[in-house]
Design a protein around this ligand. Sequence first.
Ligand SMILES: [Zn+2]
Length: 352
Amino acid sequence: MIQTEEMNQLKSEALADVSQASDEKALQDVKVKYLGKKGSVSGLMKQMKDLSNEEKPKFGQAVNEVRQAIEQAIAERKKVLEQERLNKQLEEETIDVTLPSRQIKQGAAHPLTRTIQEIEDLFLGLGYEIVNGYEVEQDYYNFEALNLPKSHPARDMQDTFYITEETLMRTHTSPVQARTLEKRNGQGPVKIICPGKVYRRDSDDATHSHQFTQIEGLVVAENIKMSDLKGTLELVAKKLFGEEREIRLRPSYFPFTEPSVEVDVSCFKCGGKGCNVCKGSGWIEILGAGMVHPNVLEMAGFDSSKYTGFAFGMGPDRIAMLKYGIEDIRYFYTNDVRFLDQFKAVEDRGEA
Ligand SMILES: [Zn+2]
């Protein structure tokens, strides 16, 4: 084997460089310097052309041994450097388990959503269908089909956001009734509730908002009587405010029902003795209702001599305010997390 002085020199220089490479990048540079295409070992191979055929294999073998020695040294050094890097990294990235963790906020159902769902569950259990309608409505379905022609003075009771002369933001969920009745083509029975947002031109204060929610209920069939309405509302009051609750009906006026009533529930806080919630009266007004006006049935194509019905409208905002002791309706719509978080706690305790 031909082992030239030059080869030995090269090998010991290379091994020294390898052992001094302080990181993986430096080691890579050493590898290129000695083993790369233009590296020193390749340079040695070029000397082969000046040798005799007999010397060539031996020379080649000697160069290969140098190459293998360098390769092996590099591989070993690489392992050492990798381990060093890993150790350093582990040391730097040690987890301090005493540090406070990042808080993950968990949401909960909005108090209004929860109240609406509770009411929906009750009516689904009674065999009602839930029907949704349009928040942007035609004047016809919002007013005219509900016995409120253009000149009707009661239109003023519901100051309206008009978009054009004939389209508006619905002022109540009643247009869903009108549309549903129209679709049924004079065929009962109809048994629906319609939850949703409604809009009125109002100056916002603690008890008024230009946007709020409503749930409308409608039953139309043969032989529906006022006592059916009363029985249904009693059930609602008990379900929402407690088994001991009673209701009372007071005469009222709505254009789309005749007769019309305001419905009060006995105070759930004082039981009827009088307190700040019921303002001393022992009763709390919770909804308006009545027997569907024959005009409304006829306009939708129902024979009012055959069919009768009742309708009621309640405000989930007001119900939620009463149930949870919320003093300002605006809290529902301003999305203050400090307000909403409190209902997370209610949910956790399983109170709602
Ligand atoms: Zn009371």
